[in-house]
Design a protein around this ligand. Structure first.
Ligand code: COA
Length: 380
């Protein structure tokens, strides 16, 4: 009997989870019972506590969590040296993926997959991701790495370690919102990769290294950088419409930042980031990127309506203009996504290691059978 093929595992449930729920028809995203719109005033650390421990922290629990994290920011000297030795034009995602893999060599117990050890590694990766991204950014600009400030939050430290200057409260808040919105999203490609990799009971670093590689792709986390590349190439609000029409006229054309495997309506994260982008545009007095984004959304909506389809903006669409207005170079957008998603990946690894089942699906063979071996000298 021919098996039913689910290409790309679309619609397949491979396990159960208590971390996150997505209702693609209603456009809802829920972290452990909280609709994402409830969490936009929370700090990233509060949301990580929620994802990892199941509850929002009390004030005392939050301060204990922050104290636990503060000493973990510092990177091993060998990892900083390795980042320093990379060619300056290395894509920051290649740098991040390589550095995460290398961290295992400096860990006292990289391989233990018991809950205590995996959570210890998770806490260090949570703060070392921003440290790695910021350190490579400094080094490639010939600037010395910045020592993290234990008084600052993860969002604040990330900005501080990038610029070397105390971040404004407003910029820290925007970064917190971006980190919260990107923290977790169920069984997306990179999280599935993390869980599948861990399912052989290999170590946390291997699973997270694989996840970073998956996130980098333009159909996943790499889309935010692709959105900005497109906006830069378009150049003006007036040119947006033709760009969208030309892209849609190509059967393989994709307007980056639109469409989603699960959402059939607007991604709720895009709606929140649209508001953030609008506010930043007003505050900065430069609304170019926001206006171009709005125009792209308008033309896409109109064109999709004509085709009777729902291909709406996703989280990567408005994050591009937000990061641009915060002053990030576009090849840092996907690393920022990774700085946020490390918390979701780790939440899933805690579940995976606690109740593991080897991921081993089947693939349907369509090739030949029954061929006979002919010795090489007789093959002609
Ligand atoms: N632009 C134009 N058309 C799109 C589109 C986009 N961004 N996204 C989907 N479509 C169209 C496809 O052309 C296809 O049309 P067809 O049925 O006529 O061939 C149809 O919608 C289904 O697309 P498909 O790629 O098979 O769906 P999917 O569920 O695999 O796609 C994505 C999900 C995210 C890979 C896809 O929407 C995409 O490539 N988006 C752009 C990249 C992006 O923003 N990624 C970040 C996701 S958070």
């Amino acid at each position: 009997m021919e098996p039913t093929i689910h290409r790309g595992l679309a619609g397949v449930y491979f396990d159960t989870s208590h971390i996150c729920h997505i209702d693609g028809e209603r456009g809802e995203l829920i972290y452990r019972g909280y609709d994402i719109s409830e969490l936009t005033d929370a700090s990233y650390e509060e949301v990580v506590h929620l994802l990892w421990r199941g509850e929002l922290p009390t004030r005392d629990e939050l301060s204990a969590f922050r104290q636990e994290l503060a000493p973990l920011f510092a990177l091993p000297d060998g990892v900083i040296e390795a980042l320093r030795n990379l060619p300056k034009d290395t894509d920051p995602m290649h740098a991040l993926r390589s550095a995460v893999s290398l961290l295992a060599a400096y860990d006292e117990d990289p391989d233990g997959v018991d809950d205590t050890n995996v959570r210890r590694i998770g806490a260090s990766l949570l703060v070392r991701f921003p440290a790695l991204v910021a350190t490579f950014e400094r080094l490639r600009r010939d600037l010395p790495p910045v020592t993290p400030d234990p008084e600052l939050t993860i969002a604040g430290n990330f900005l501080y370690m990038l610029s070397g200057e105390a971040p404004s409260e407003a910029a820290t808040r925007v970064m917190d919102v971006a980190l919260v919105l990107h923290a977790e999203h169920g069984s997306n490609a990179s999280t599935f990769v993390a869980r599948s990799t861990a399912s052989s009971l290999t170590d946390t670093y291997s699973a997270i290294t694989a996840a970073v590689g998956s996130l980098k792709g333009p159909l996943h986390g790499g889309a935010n950088a692709a959105v900005m590349k497109a906006l830069e190439a378009i150049g003006s609000v007036e040119a947006v419409e033709q760009y969208v029409l030309d892209t849609l006229a190509d059967p393989k054309g994709r307007v980056m930042g639109f469409g989603h495997r699960v959402y059939r309506v607007l991604d709720p994260r895009a709606a929140i980031l649209r508001g953030v982008s609008e506010r930043l545009a007003e505050e900065s007095g430069d609304s170019t990127w926001f206006e171009m984004s709005l125009e792209m959304e308008r033309v896409m909506d109109r064109e999709m309506e004509k085709k009777g389809r729902q291909i709406k903006a996703n989280v990567d669409f408005f994050s591009a203009s937000v990061y641009r207005m915060l002053g990030f170079p576009s090849d840092q957008y996907t690393p920022i996504f990774a700085v946020a998603r490390i918390s979701g990946w780790m939440a899933h690894l805690y579940e995976q290691y606690a109740d593991n089942s080897l991921t081993r699906p089947r693939i349907h063979y369509l090739g030949e059978t029954g061929k006979r071996f002919v010795p090489i000298d007789e093959r002609g």
